[in-house]
Design a protein around this ligand. Structure first.
Ligand SMILES: Nc1ncnc2c1ncn2[C@@H]1O[C@H](COP(=O)(O)OP(=O)(O)OP(=O)(O)O)[C@@H](O)[C@H]1O
Length: 284
């Protein structure tokens, strides 16, 4: 389902959480939605899922506004960090309710994942550990097979092995059943290889929308003797520099090839680092 975001603005009293952002997400795709704390990511995802209303502008999904539109919202599954389910429900009932709500619900996948994450279907949500509750969210998100599935930092409390399993199943599912997956996380390095496109939100504005491969090749770190590095980076867009004992490393926005013949040591910059540099206050 095509998602068009048009001059979307959300204000909470005097606070502007989203300031007239516009972009389009084509289907299918795995999108990484990144940004510092308070950038506006959750606000965007809640408007997209039809849970809150925009102050101005709109999101159109296949040309329609998701707010108060059940036909559309059953095609969208938003899994947030905790608080996805009523505390008194058992896991079995959470799965049953989800199966009624999502038309593409995959019961076999849900049960396979319940086993994989060692959950007891008779247990109530309130008795689950943080990690188990996150696992339940992940199960619902994956088994919903909703054409738009959104994970907002979905794995608080899950250990590294359980997260790895999640990424693996998500990719398998995506291969079999391409859909639109939007993923917001602060563990960027762990998941960035899954992203096809990256969007960075900063202070309620869209700072960047870029193909993930292009982004991976759009910055590099160059190291060597300070004077040589200083000379090389003249007239280049420098994100950051570090100096130590006559040596210097500079993080440069540009294609790595331009530094390869210099004799200086050159390496790529992970998306996580790049996100930090690009969203540092004062960066332009
Ligand atoms: N219900 C609300 N009432 C008032 N202000 C809010 C509300 N929800 C969010 N905000 C404010 O809007 C801004 C954007 O918040 P949002 O939760 O969308 O950011 P985020 O990018 O998801 O952050 P994080 O990575 O910390 O989850 C923040 O300044 C936040 O304090």
């Amino acid at each position: 389902m095509k998602i068009e975001v048009k001059n979307l603005t959300k204000k909470y009293g005097a606070k502007t959480a989203l300031n007239s952002i516009s972009f389009t997400l084509e289907e299918p795709g795995i999108y990484g939605l990144l940004g510092r704390n308070g950038a506006g990511k959750t606000t965007f995802m809640e408007i997209l899922a039809g849970q809150i209303i925009a102050s101005d502008g709109e999101i159109l999904i296949e040309g329609k506004n998701p707010f108060d539109n059940q036909e559309l919202t059953e095609s969208i599954c938003l899994i947030k960090e905790g608080q996805n389910f009523k505390k008194d429900l058992t896991i079995k009932n959470v799965l049953k309710i989800s199966s009624f709500f999502y038309p593409n619900w995959d019961e076999a996948l849900a049960l396979e994942l319940v086993k994989e994450y060692n959950l007891d279907v008779k247990a109530k949500v309130k008795s689950l550990s943080k990690g188990m509750e996150s696992a339940l969210g992940i199960i619902v998100g994956l088994a919903s097979k909703a054409p738009i599935t959104i994970f907002d930092e979905p794995y608080i409390g899950l250990d590294a092995a359980a997260r790895k399993k999640f990424y693996q199943i998500l990719l398998e599912e995506y291969e079999e059943n391409p859909r639109t997956i939007i993923f917001s996380t602060h563990l960027i390095d762990e998941v960035s290889l899954m992203f096809e496109e990256v969007l960075i939100i900063q202070d309620g504005e869209l700072a960047l929308q870029e193909n993930a491969d292009v982004l991976r090749n759009s910055a590099y770190a160059v190291s060597g003797k300070s004077e040589q590095v200083e000379k090389f980076i003249k007239n280049k867009r420098v994100l950051d520099t570090k100096k130590l004992a006559g040596m210097m490393t500079a993080y440069v926005y540009g294609h790595i090839e331009e530094a390869k013949l210099t004799g200086l040591s050159v390496e790529g910059v992970p998306i996580q680092e790049l996100m930090i540099y690009l969203t540092e206050r004062g960066a332009s």
